[in-house]
Design a protein around this ligand. Structure first.
Ligand code: NCD
Length: 361
């Protein structure tokens, strides 16, 4: 079975296939109107969502399929204590494909290990959000025209922002990419991302404390909101929430062909005056999300019938039940699942959790 849990589950060729299919869908909408006739998508959302859930729903409807699911875990058997593993076994009996969003890091991986239909990770805690990455890539393709030789600035909550983690992973596979990290000290990119993703892939990165100092170098400015729901201390959130606010004055030195992306929702990190700037691509990005999810659903349903498309969910050198994950929000600390660790590629002798990529305790 083939799933999408991490952006790098897709080979570069498969990624191209999905982007090209999305572009074809944009040009030939009616050609795909019955492509998923008789198929069902289950959307299992344990965390709030507007865009992701509704764009999955719209995507399946535009393909002629139907959608079932829940958008509030309180209304599902989870409130009775059902595990993610059991829920995914059950839903596999009702649906042809599952999109799951969960507050526990690694939840989608556990779902994929137990489901008998393809599982799409629609966001697992602050870990990963691969379908937002597909959305971002399609937007970069349509707005900038290339993936190589791009300088991309990530601004805001780089610690908890799962969209940032997934997009950096995806961009690190292209040539000539440079990453600029713009965040307050408390919200910096996790060190495993800097070492295992940027350094191991020879992606140069710099950490700066203001957008103005780098604005004229950027091809893409990826803005994010401070992730209130991930803070354990509300006062700290209040201190950090307005760290970076993009307004027209800050765009003065930006290149005319630069593009501003944001996964949305926006809180107040971009003033509404910026919306009228032709460089503001975030509402166009939303529509790209629907098209790329249409392409992804089609491809995963096609690959589900092809055994040669199955990939290992767990690395071959996995170490089972020997270590405990450091991360309290990891599914391995919340549900009764095997603890799984792999050797860290950046630090010999260290291990990372397969579910959430945190260190062993
Ligand atoms: C993002 C998410 O859920 O991680 N939203 C989305 O899916 N478009 C970003 C966010 O919530 O800040």
């Amino acid at each position: 079975m083939r799933h999408l849990i991490d952006p790098t589950d897709l080979s570069m060729q498969e990624l191209d296939e999905i982007i090209n299919l999305a572009l074809d869908i944009i040009d030939n909408r009616e050609k795909y109107a019955d492509a998923c006739k008789g198929k069902k998508l289950a959307t299992l959302f344990y965390e709030p969502s507007t865009r992701t859930r509704l764009s999955f729903t719209a995507a399946m409807m535009e393909l002629g399929g139907s959608v079932l699911g829940f958008s509030d875990a309180k209304n599902s058997s989870v409130s009775k204590g059902e595990t993610c593993a059991d829920t995914s076994k059950v839903i596999s009996c009702f649906a042809d494909i599952i999109a799951m969003r969960h507050f526990e890091e690694g939840a989608a991986l556990v779902a994929a290990m137990n489901a008998t239909v393809p599982v799409i990770n629609a966001g697992d805690g602050s870990h990963s959000h691969p379908t937002q990455t597909l959305t971002d890539l399609l937007t970069i393709k349509r707005e900038i025209g290339r993936f190589d030789n791009i300088t991309i600035g990530f601004c805001g909550d780089l610690r908890f922002g799962r969209t940032v983690h997934s997009l950096i992973k995806a961009m690190s596979r292209y040539k000539g990419v440079k990453v600029v990290l713009i965040a307050p000290d408390q919200l910096r990119l996790p060190s495993y991302m800097k070492h295992e993703v940027c350094e191991m892939n020879n992606i140069p990165y710099v950490e700066v404390s203001s957008m103005e100092e780098v604005m004229d170098q950027l091809d893409v400015l990826y803005m994010t909101r401070v992730q209130k729901e991930r803070f354990l201390d509300e006062d700290e959130f209040d201190r950090l929430k307005d760290s970076f606010i993009l307004d027209p004055a800050k765009l003065k030195n930006a290149r005319p062909e630069m593009r501003i992306l944001h996964p949305l929702p926006r809180v107040n990190e971009i003033t509404v005056e910026v919306d009228a700037d032709p460089r503001a691509a975030y509402f166009r990005q939303v529509e790209n999300g629907k098209f790329v999810r249409m392409a992804l659903i089609l491809k995963l349903l096609e690959w589900a019938k092809d055994d040669s498309k199955t990939i290992d969910l767990v690395p071959k050198d996995v170490i089972r039940n020997e270590y405990v994950c450091h991360n309290k929000r990891c599914i391995s600390n919340m549900e009764n699942v095997d603890s799984l660790f792999r050797p860290a590629t950046d630090k010999p002798g260290k291990f990372r959790c397969v579910y959430c990529e945190s260190k062993a305790k």
